[in-house]
Design a protein around this ligand. Sequence first.
Ligand SMILES: [Zn+2]
Length: 353
Amino acid sequence: MWRWLNSAGEASSFNLGVGRGSLLVGLLLVGCQEPLPELSWSGDHVSFGTDSNEQICAGTLQALDDHANILFQLFDIEPHPIEFYWIQEPELYSDHCPPSYGCTTGVRVVSKSPVLFHEIVHAVVFDDIQGPTPFEEGLAVVYGNALLPLETLEPIEEVLGDFRDQDGSMGRFVHFLIEEHGLDSVLEFLAVAPARATKIVKYEAEFNAVFDESLETAIERFEQYRECDYKEVYRIMRGCQNEDVSPMIEGQWRFEVALDCSSSDVVGPHEGRVWTTRTFDLEQENLVTTSISSASTTTEARLLKCSSCSDALNRLYPVGDTTEVLPAGRYVLEVSTRVSEPSDVAIIVTPNF
Ligand SMILES: [Zn+2]
């Protein structure tokens, strides 16, 4: 089911003519590949080109660039340029990617959406810490965005035994490894284990050495691991790293959001929706009322907590008032609407004691 989201490894491999199912695709591509459009925008790390005439929201390209920047820092990788192509023409897309939603060849992303952070992760780790394919996919899920449907979770030993792009399952396992062993250990494993390996035998020695436990033990512990919807954790990466934390003023956070594709902080469209986020720190557990007003009936506000699996929180608030006890921590409020229904949205977050 997840086959349409391909890994950097798989995409790279068809350029090299080796790897899973690659030879046929490689042969088909030779000699008949339409060139990608010219790059029309460049940020610090990401350059962008598209064949689309649709409007791209004003904050989108900067968001791609910011995402790459955060990942280069977080993963301690010397930054390299990334090319991102948003391609709408199906034939042009299939000239450059196998059936999928996006693919990455080295540092070149081809995507059906202008905001596919999953592929940015592949382009960032390319070469330095690519690691075995299932783990690279897991990392791309943890540090990507939740725009794509993920498959039903499967037992990890089956996923690793026969990896077929079960990215969601691997996202959850990689998240477990990050929580249990720390991000540095996961990055070390990706750096020392063979890039694009898919067979356990190829990387299990490195797994044992870096994590100081066998893969078998880790999988057993993972099965006992508390239930956690990985979607609650991974999609908020960017907002959680945000240094632009909104201050509380007179006991409230008040956010006035012009939720319109032309606003400089609005990202999208993806499947007809556009969004922006605000970040705030709740210093202690509190009974909090969140009031949302919008003229558009398609406005939604999602409150996410920057947290570990144990206290993950992901709530969709309707327009109106919602009151609930929230634990202390950093929160990201993601406000979205249909691109065709721009609206001024006012959000007031009030701790009650
Ligand atoms: Zn991927």
